[in-house]
Write a protein that binds this ligand. Structure first.
Ligand code: VG1
Ligand code: CO
Length: 629
């Protein structure tokens, strides 16, 4: 049960240079009563660009407006009480938006975050705020800004209209040397009044907060008693510019320019442009009505010369156009159909809600994310200027296929296997041990930032294809996405891979299934026979961070066989209802003559084995997965 701390009210928050007030109240207040627009302090926000979110522009200078008659800002202490269940999952706190919209739900979590950070990490410091444009982000932006000001943050940099992709937030934190940043997104989960909302916090390196911080936040949500809110009006986020209230500064920034500048420093834009402007190369990018809609035109069209009609679903919408903004074979089906259709384009890509995921397709060809990171790593030095001196090291999440391991081995690079979730890569990058990494869940990235990066992955692939075709004359056959993959398999062998998701199962059955699997683990021995497969080992993955020694246990049950085949089971940590079971299946095939097999056919015996060992049908009642990737 949640512990209710003292509800004695009448709190005074006093801060240097801010006016201090006392609120005498004997009943619980809700944030909403304080967050209604206020007119007490005149707001003058100077517009620089004046564009709407659907037509972002790049790089605008900013100017300052101050509130001349303000001597500071009033901070109100809003009494609150703990709310159960605010535990951060794989990537932030995700729940149904209706829950987040309930009184103090978001405010409690944001205040608990400030209660968890050392004051020197935010007092008079700079924070970044962005989001994927989903429903409730407008209101949430105002709540977060007021609580940040209430807690003594000096400056907040907000993407115009509250829009900024996850990788762009990471880039802005790093470039502007901010103390951290908030991302308002439930990533690939659907949005709109009936669906999900989420919030993530990244700290000063641009990296998602580690479990040591998120565990603290959760602890504080269980004992919270007050929320500190600045009594300032709603801020106009539709225009680039600076607004000041007392010592608190809000700067609305263009969400694209810092990120675009970084991409220009990583890639050879001239090389990519030469590919995208060829008449014999056709490109398609599906922004899925999510945040990369704001980035696609400035980057692919305006900077790289792609034709405007190569961008589809390019306007960010609050409900992602009723879609599920997850770039995979199931949810990005429209793009898949185009790419596999008659006369389809040569290159197709999509990105998710918050722009950190990517899917890469060739004409009638799907690149698995596990292959994608391996192929990028193998070609990076030649095709991407950022890696011209080679990579420091490579890493993948545990369930991601071992294709990357083979590249690391051949290139003699450091190699790491970490638990699922991007937060585990950051320490390795900060310690200069890691350059390129990826997850099977359509996440690929590098140490240019501390998040996975959807557009980066698309540019990496375009760079590889452009590099391979740079001397091809018009009319000559181009090296295709599929050719690059097949050549890679011929050198390294093919790691067939597939993931089965059983979404929103009853939690009880799913937990029992995991219990059953752990039971099998405890009794298993190397050499045990599973049909035709011989067990090498079985365990529940534990990771010890080589940089700070922190340990993450129970990160997935895995059965690894002597031929390198693997079956892995995990419960998702990003869902907002019930339990999602993930089964990951992998088999290595060195024989080139078998590389063209369909993955589902090649993996059939292992899939059947996974289903029978786990008794999934029995425990969950599910006959079929909801998503296969
Ligand atoms: C999923 C993926 C994981 C990814 C995470 C966040 O987590 O499996 O690889 O890092 O989503 O991605 P889970 O716990 O549901 O398996 V995103 O694009 O939501 O920030
Ligand atoms: Co995402």
């Amino acid at each position: 049960m949640a512990v209710l701390s003292s509800l004695s009210l009448s709190l005074v928050i006093s801060q240097t240079s801010l006016t201090t007030t006392t609120t005498n109240s004997s009943s619980l207040l809700s944030l909403s009563s304080l967050l209604l627009p206020k007119s007490r302090f005149p707001l003058r926000s100077f517009s620089i660009s004046g564009r709407s979110s659907s037509s972002p522009v790049v790089a605008m200078a900013s100017s300052t407006s101050t509130v001349p008659d303000s001597q500071g800002i009033k901070i109100t202490s809003v009494p609150t009480k703990p709310i159960e269940g605010q535990k951060t999952g794989t990537s932030g706190l995700r729940k149904k938006v209706k829950l987040f919209m309930e009184d103090n739900y978001l405010g409690n979590w944001v205040q608990a975050l400030f209660n968890s950070l050392p004051p020197e990490d935010f007092k008079n410091g700079v924070l970044v705020l962005g989001g994927d444009g989903r429903y409730f982000n407008h209101e949430a932006s105002q709540i977060i800004i007021k609580i940040a000001a209430g807690n003594g943050v000096g400056k907040i940099l907000v993407g115009r209209d509250g829009i900024m992709s996850t990788p762009a937030v990471s880039a802005v934190i790093r470039k502007r040397k901010a103390n951290g940043g908030f991302i308002m997104s439930a990533s690939h989960n659907p949005g709109g009044p009936e669906y999900d909302w989420g919030i993530k916090f990244n700290y000063s390196s641009g990296q998602p907060a580690p479990e040591s911080i998120t565990d603290k936040i959760y602890g504080n949500t269980l004992s919270i008693s007050e929320i500190k809110v600045a009594d300032i009006p709603d801020v106009d986020l539709s225009r680039v510019g600076v607004t000041e209230y007392g010592n608190f500064v809000i700067e609305v920034i263009d969400p694209v320019s810092d990120y675009l500048e970084l991409m220009e420093s990583v890639f050879d834009f001239g090389l990519i442009k030469s590919l995208l402007s060829r008449s014999d190369f056709r490109f398609k990018f599906d922004a899925m009505h999510a945040v990369t809609g704001a980035y696609a035109k400035p980057i692919f069209v305006d900077s790289l010369g792609a034709s405007p009609d190569s961008i589809t679903n390019g306007v960010p919408l609050e409900d992602f156009g009723h879609g599920h903004p997850d770039p995979n074979l199931t949810y990005a089906k429209d793009l898949v159909d185009i790419m596999y259709g008659e006369g389809g384009p040569d290159f197709g890509a999509a990105s998710d809600g918050d722009g950190d995921r990517n899917m890469i397709l060739g004409k009638g060809f799907f690149i698995t994310p596990s292959d994608s990171v391996a192929i990028i790593a193998a070609n990076a030095q030649a095709a991407i200027p950022y890696f011209k001196n080679g990579s420091k090291g490579l890493a993948r999440s545990m369930p991601t296929s071992c294709a990357l391991d083979r590249v690391a081995e051949k290139l003699k690079l450091l190699f790491f296997e970490v638990p699922t979730g991007w937060k585990f890569f950051g320490n390795l990058m900060d310690d200069e041990k890691l350059s390129i990494c990826g997850e099977e869940s359509f996440g690929t990235g590098s140490d240019h930032i501390r998040e996975k990066d959807g557009i980066w992955a698309v540019l990496a692939w375009l760079s590889i294809i452009a590099y391979r075709n740079k001397d091809k004359r018009s009319g000559e056959k181009l090296v295709s996405v599929g050719d690059v993959a097949k050549e890679h398999w011929a050198v390294y062998g093919r790691n067939f891979f597939s993931r089965y998701d059983y979404e929103e199962c009853e939690s009880e059955g799913a937990n029992k299934m995991v219990g059953h699997l752990r039971d099998i683990l405890s009794k298993s021995n190397s050499g045990d026979k599973y049909g035709d497969y011989v067990l090498q080992f079985a365990d529940d993955f534990t990771y010890t961070d080589p940089v700070d020694g922190s340990v993450a246990a129970k990160q997935g049950v895995r059965f690894v066989f002597t031929d390198g085949s693997r079956i892995i089971f995990r419960l998702s940590g990003t869902g907002s209802a019930g339990a999602t079971v993930r089964i990951y299946i992998e088999q290595f095939e060195p024989d080139v003559s078998k590389h063209d097999l369909d993955a589902q056919i090649a993996l059939k015996p292992l899939i059947d084995l996974a289903l029978s060992v786990s008794k999934l049908k029995e425990f969950t009642g599910r006959e079929k997965p909801t998503v296969i990737t």
